[in-house]
Each structure stands twice: as C-alpha cells, then as structure tokens.
Ligand binder design. Structure first.
Ligand code: ADP
Ligand code: MG
Length: 256
C-alpha cells in the first residue's frame, strides 16, 4: 500500500517561509498533481517526500509508516527530474541500471580491478541487465541501450529518466515538471504516455507542474498550491466547476 500522508509540513529557507504547514493524503495508486505558480513551493514539497530535503516540522508517511528517519535511497520512491539528471559518460543501459548497480553491488564489485575475477559479479550484472532490458522494452528503448544521452532526442532522454525510476519498481513515483523541456507537440504526446504508464504500473504518482492543462488532463486529483499552502484539493472537474477562490478560478481558467 503506497499511500502518502503529509502532516503539517512546514519549511523555511532562512527568513523565507516556503511551506506553511501542508496537510495532504494521497491514495494508493492515485495520480495526484501539485499545480501552482512558479515559486509556490511545489519542488520543495516533492523533494521533502523524496527525502532530498528535510522539513522543519511535520511528518511524511508512506504506506502508513513514517519515513522521516529514512534517507532518500531507503524510501520506496523514485524521482524523475525536469533536467533528467542523466550521466553523459554512461550508456543508456548503464543510466537506467544505475540504481540497481548501487543497491546490488558492493563498492569492491564495482571496481574495474575485480572485473575479471568474480563469478558472483558476473551473475549480478546479468540480473541487472535482464531488469534493465525489461524496463527498456516497456519504454521502447531496447535499440538505444548502447547510446549515450547526447545521441538521443529530448523525448528519448525523458524515457531514459523514466526508465531509471521504473527499474527499482518503486511504490511511489515523484515527478517534478518532467515534460517541461520537451517541445509542445511531444509534451502532449508524453502526457498520454505517462497516463498510460500510470495505469499499467498501478503505482502512486505525485506529479508537479505549473501547467494547468497538464494538471487537468492527467490527474485523478489536483492540489492547487499558492505561496506554500494548498488552496484547494479535488478532482479536475471539481476545481474547474467549483473553484474555492478567485485565485483558483483564475489559475485553472474556470469561467468567471
Ligand atoms: P516551485 O517548485 O513551486 O517553483 P520551489 O519549491 O522551487 O517552488 O521554491 C519555493 C521558494 O523557495 C522559492 O522562493 C525559492 O526561491 C525558495 N527556495 C527553494 N529552494 C531553496 C534553497 N535551497 N535555498 C533557498 N531558497 C530556496
Ligand atoms: Mg519547481
């Protein structure tokens, strides 16, 4: 069960209050989108869920258990970044498999000196290769596994970043504006792909965007944020038809 429960999450950077005490409960398997203007605290909130940033107060629970004591790699979450964060010197296959290399191989086994020596190492590598292959097949990346990121299109890079998140089979996917570097046409296409991927995986998706159309077309529910608070939480049609304030109406584009 990959529910995500946020309780009174507050965060300041120095004198700047960024999150004012956010309460939010996300259901198992839900596609929830955090939407709101630039600077309202979306990235900070999703980074706190990921364990990449510590809240000042409040708690994060995943699957009903607090994860506040767990570091990022110990949480059953995977994050997809806007910048993709791919390693340029590594192949597509190595980029996708990196989380598995880090978790399944000791530092010694990753050392070049030992490469030829260990049979155990070869077995682990075969397992990683099989898992990377399965993910690559789902994302139509099989024929690109030996390329480097620089030899890929924007959409292909985006898929590699998704593959690296999928390879760990996380319970929760956290995506921070993953489509914002793509051109408009590809962005529309990837919306459909992401929605299908969500259905196929059955995982919980928490998706960040400043694009209200993205939010309204892909999500089960939308949390509209402004200045570090959730102004309204509801289904896309609830926000559109019954905006709780003028601010929500204006951002969503509801008829006045
Ligand atoms: P969003 O993702 O909605 O655009 P962010 O969460 O990135 O918003 O940022 C919210 C606010 O927090 C902004 O005013 C931003 O400048 C500030 N902020 C974010 N990260 C840091 C940081 N590491 N140090 C100082 N201020 C930060
Ligand atoms: Mg952001």
């Amino acid at each position: 069960m990959a529910t995500v429960d946020l309780t009174s999450i507050a965060k300041s950077f120095g004198p700047t209050k960024v999150l004012g005490g956010v309460d939010l409960s996300i259901a198992d398997g839900e596609f929830l989108t955090l939407v709101g203007p630039s600077g309202c605290g979306k990235s900070t909130l999703i980074r706190i869920i990921a364990g990449l940033e510590a809240q000042d107060s409040g708690g994060v629970a995943i699957g009903g258990a607090s994860v506040d004591h767990l570091r990022a790699h110990e949480r059953r979450v995977a994050m997809v970044f806007q910048s993709y964060a791919l390693y340029p010197h590594m192949t597509v296959g190595a980029n996708i498999g990196l989380p598995l290399t880090m978790s399944r191989m000791t530092l010694r086994q990753r050392l070049p000196l030992l490469r030829l020596l260990s049979r155990q190492r070869r077995e682990i590598l075969r397992g990683i290769e099989a898992d990377v292959g399965a993910v690559a097949a789902q994302l139509q990346l099989e024929h690109l596994l030996d390329r480097r990121p620089a030899q890929l299109s924007g959409g292909q890079r985006q898929r590699v970043a998704l593959g690296r998140a999928m390879v760990r089979s996380p319970d929760v996917f956290l995506m921070d504006e993953p489509l914002s570097n793509l051109d408009a046409k590809l962005r529309v296409h990837m919306r459909t792909e992401l929605a299908e991927l969500h259905k196929r995986l059955g995982a919980t998706f928490i998706y960040v965007t400043h694009d209200q159309i993205e939010a309204m077309t892909m999500s089960d529910r939308v949390a509209m944020m402004d200045a570090g608070d959730v102004l309204q939480l509801g289904t896309p049609s609830e926000l559109y038809e019954r905006p709780a304030s003028i601010k929500v109406a204006q951002f969503i584009g509801s008829p006045a």
